[in-house]
Ligand binder design. Structure first.
Ligand code: PHE
Length: 382
């Protein structure tokens, strides 16, 4: 007779057998698992869904090529709901439960910091398509990005304001505790002052604030030539609407890549007519591989790709290329192959991963024109 204790032992042994068998199957499997953690819902949901669209287009290309060395690739998506806590949890799951050999994500730098910490600890390479804060890849052997950094973006924005717009004074308006927003505000400030510009007022607000009128009145009182607002699109819609009420023209705002969303156009496109922001890409950018990507994207989704979609496409395509170049499909070998990436022809330009794991790319200046994002110019970081 099986008593209770023996029963438990037998059940455990059976369960362990199943687990061992399951893992055995996995290693022999013909499928390579890549994890993607993104803000598919919550405050920054268009960042996540646009990036996923780009990754899926890269998957179509890969399928048409027959996978990687005969193996199919499966991308498992996890929604972090636009929070850092969930970013940590989801990356842990993708590595421990799903045995992902590499991770794609996130968009917001604060969440890439959280997810990147897990990847680095577990020695699984991560590629962020669009997190620009300098700290994201710093001292993290397993974290890579396929975009420029905010040290470069802030400098380019300041140079554009001084050299092209010929403006001499600026206000800073940003989210005080956010890695991306405050980091970009400070690199802009350093470069702007270096070029003889003057910051006449500097306002950091708390994440989650929705009433900006007091700040905007103070900013108006300081009479800046431009207002540098490196914030995400959802906040920028509210700021543009309240600026109008305060009597500040929308055209004097200058932003960073965080403005990129169809929701910005939808919510405040008319109010921001004439405003500029720095970005990774624009649908009408004159780059060789870009038009091919735009055509393929439109055929699949029936609208213009955002910069997030283009970056998602490039990050996934580059990762698949690196898995193909790796000596074996393991996290360690993929990390080595990623670090060796040189001259990869992406839709957003030629990608070379430098020794800090960043990509040096031209920075595009986009203007809000007739409720569209229009390419204005491109600058190389110094
Ligand atoms: N660069 C932003 C960050 O690091 C994210 C972002 C990229 C947002 C591109 C929009 C477009 O947080």
């Amino acid at each position: 007779m099986v008593n209770r204790r023996n029963f438990v032992v037998v059940t455990l042994a059976t369960a362990m057998g199943v687990v061992a068998f399951g893992q055995g199957c996995k290693s022999q499997s013909n499928e390579l698992v890549v994890g993607a953690y993104l803000s598919l819902s919550g405050a920054d949901s268009t960042f996540g869904t646009d990036t996923r669209d780009g990754i899926e287009l890269a998957m179509d290309d890969l399928k048409a090529k027959g996978g990687i060395k005969g193996k199919a690739v499966k991308v498992l998506y996890e929604d972090d709901k636009s929070t850092t806590q969930e970013a940590t949890n989801k990356v842990q799951q993708l590595i421990d439960r799903d045995h992902a050999i590499a991770i794609l994500g996130e968009v917001a730098s604060s969440r890439s910091m959280a997810g990147g910490l897990v990847c680095n600890k577990k020695k699984v390479p991560m590629v962020t398509p669009s997190s620009t804060a300098v700290e994201v890849t710093k001292d993290r052997e397993y974290v890579f990005r396929t975009c420029f950094t905010d040290a470069q973006q802030g400098d380019v924005a300041a140079r554009f304001v001084v050299e092209t717009l010929k403006k001499k004074t600026a206000a800073l308006f940003f989210v005080a505790q956010d890695t991306y927003s405050s980091g970009l505000a400070s690199t802009f400030k350093a470069s702007f002052e270096k070029q003889g510009g003057k910051i006449v007022i500097d306002k950091g607000y708390q994440k989650g604030e929705t009433n900006f009128t007091t700040y905007l009145q103070e900013i108006k009182g300081a009479q800046p030539d431009i207002i540098f607002a490196p914030v995400y699109y959802n906040d920028m819609v509210l700021i543009a609407r309240q600026a109008k009420g305060t009597g500040i023209p929308g055209s004097i705002f200058v932003g960073g890549d965080g403005w990129d969303s169809a929701d910005l156009i939808e919510g405040a496109g008319d109010l921001l007519e004439g405003a500029y922001f720095t970005n990774h890409y624009a649908p009408d950018v004159p780059w060789p591989n870009s038009q091919k990507f735009v055509t393929a994207f439109k055929a699949k989704y029936h609208h213009d790709p955002s910069s997030l979609a283009a970056q998602g496409y490039d990050a996934a395509s580059l990762l698949f290329d690196a898995i193909g170049r790796a000596t074996e499909p393991t996290p360690e070998a993929v990390k080595v192959a990623l670090a060796a990436t040189s001259g990869f022809a992406g839709a957003t330009g030629s990608l070379t991963i430098d020794k800090e794991h960043n990509a040096n790319k031209p920075i595009v200046v986009v203007q809000v024109r007739s409720k569209k994002f229009a390419y204005a110019s491109q600058l190389l970081a110094n």
